[in-house]
Ligand binder design. Sequence first.
Ligand SMILES: Cc1cc2nc3c(=O)[nH]c(=O)nc-3n(C[C@H](O)[C@H](O)[C@H](O)COP(=O)(O)O)c2cc1C
Length: 81
Amino acid sequence: MLRRLIYISRSIIGADPKEIEAILSSSIRCNAQLEVTGMLWANGENFAQVIEGDPDNVGRTMGRIRADRRHTDIDTKSLGA
Ligand SMILES: Cc1cc2nc3c(=O)[nH]c(=O)nc-3n(C[C@H](O)[C@H](O)[C@H](O)COP(=O)(O)O)c2cc1C
C-alpha cells in the first residue's frame, strides 16, 4: 500500500539558497533511506511538497518535516494513491 500526501507551508527562510540546499540534501538522503519519493516546490514565501511511499515511512518523514523550524503553518492534505 502507498500513501501520498501534499502540504503547503510558509517559509521562515525566504528563498535563501544555502538553506534550501541544506533542506534538499538532507531530504534526498533521508527519503532515499526510507524509499520515499516526492517533489518540493519553493518560491521564497511558501513551500509545497508531495510525498509518496510506504505509509509508515511517509508518516515518519512528515514528522521530521513538521519539526523543522524553517517553515510554519503546515497545511496537509492526503491524496488517494
Ligand atoms: C520545506 C521542507 C521540506 C522538507 N522535506 C523533507 C523531506 O522530504 N524528507 C525529510 O526527511 N525531511 C524533510 N525536511 C526536514 C528537514 O530536512 C530535516 O531537517 C531533516 O530531515 C533532518 O535530518 P538531518 O538533521 O539528519 O539532516 C524538510 C524540511 C523543510 C523545511
